[in-house]
Design a protein around this ligand. Sequence first.
Ligand SMILES: Cc1cc2nc3c(=O)[nH]c(=O)nc-3n(C[C@H](O)[C@H](O)[C@H](O)COP(=O)(O)OP(=O)(O)OC[C@H]3O[C@@H](n4cnc5c(N)ncnc54)[C@H](O)[C@@H]3O)c2cc1C
Length: 383
Amino acid sequence: MPDIEPVPLSKLTTLRTGGRPARMIAATTRDELVAALREVWSTGEPWLVLGGGSNLFVGDSDYDGTVVRILTSGIERVPSARPGYVRLRIEAGHDWDDLVAHTVREGLAGIEGMSGIPGTVGAAPVQNVGAYGQEIEQTLVEVELIDETTGDVETVPVEQLGLGFRTSVFKAHYGSVAERPSVILSVTLELEEVGDAPRLVRGEQLGRALGYEPGAAATLRDVRHRVLATRRAKGMVLDDLPDDRADPDTRSAGSFFQNAIVSAAFARTLPPECPRWPVRPDVEVDTVIPLESYDGIVPAASTSAPDVKVSAAWLIEHSGLRKGFSLPRSRAGLSTKHALALTNRGGATAGEIAELARFIQQRVQAEFGLLLQPEPVLIDVEL
Ligand SMILES: Cc1cc2nc3c(=O)[nH]c(=O)nc-3n(C[C@H](O)[C@H](O)[C@H](O)COP(=O)(O)OP(=O)(O)OC[C@H]3O[C@@H](n4cnc5c(N)ncnc54)[C@H](O)[C@@H]3O)c2cc1C
């Protein structure tokens, strides 16, 4: 088993918090990963798989369990039955942005809007990563996983992964556990072969955020270039620099709070300036009435309005907390570029970051009556 000397999680997470685990394994091949997980699960001890550590908020105490680092990599082309499309199977530990750069070089469209998201490919379906109107759900075909309950390796199609807004059956949301405890070994995407030629910029959100005129055409390279520049201006791209030289606004877990999903009625109680977007309405389900119980009356169709997604950044800023806000004597602070990112300004403990997060939750709740929910996975830390 590739055991390594355990390293404190503060060295491996982008928020720079977390104590030392009791045991650490570095799996560089799929066989090592499968063997390691089966062995760890047989002990019944706590376990955690770690990709790039960019969506984790870990407490200060030492972790009483095994951390398995997923360091596999590789991209393989596999046949697609759909003309004009290509399938890629990617190992879970592969760097997400390296994959995006590869697809752009190869002229494959579908994930270029998600350039610059840190972390690994295997973690991307866990919260259905997305940016500028693209989500992995739109190109994901299937994942290969190992299931903790059975220890079996299975291929599971996208329809069975419960993907939604920053969620899936794999995600342990704060206060609950993952619906399907398992580890993703590889991910298969289906991407459109478009080559180098400019093509219509698809998606209103992408076009608006990147400054394209409606109806504009752009190459995949140009979209990637603009996404990276836009993200960098918000501190949303990690530098490959030592901590003392990197932009301190990047020491975060990305958006710390999720945009809130509320009922249409609740959304009407918020100021009209608060940005909001319709949440995809649920697909209409046909009502089937067995003939023997049909009494001539067809139940009325549901008239409830679809839920609405509201901007958590707007709620934070309009509860009186400006970008760069810090509590007195705290080393945690809101990013100076992005109100949704809680940042470690240097040496902040998880306790300090949690204190800031609670303060923000309380201010937003007092002002707007809504409790913001954290987006990262919380380990051994409470809000
Ligand atoms: C600066 C910055 C910007 C960000 N921008 C975005 C953004 O635009 N959009 C967005 O959606 N997210 C964003 N994020 C969040 C984060 O990058 C993504 O969620 C990313 O997919 C996490 O990958 P990771 O490898 O770092 O996961 P980790 O943080 O290592 O793990 C996250 C969770 O997934 C689990 N996990 C990891 N690998 C696997 C696996 N193979 N199988 C099963 N479970 C696994 C872990 O146990 C943990 O529970 C941002 C983060 C930062 C720091």
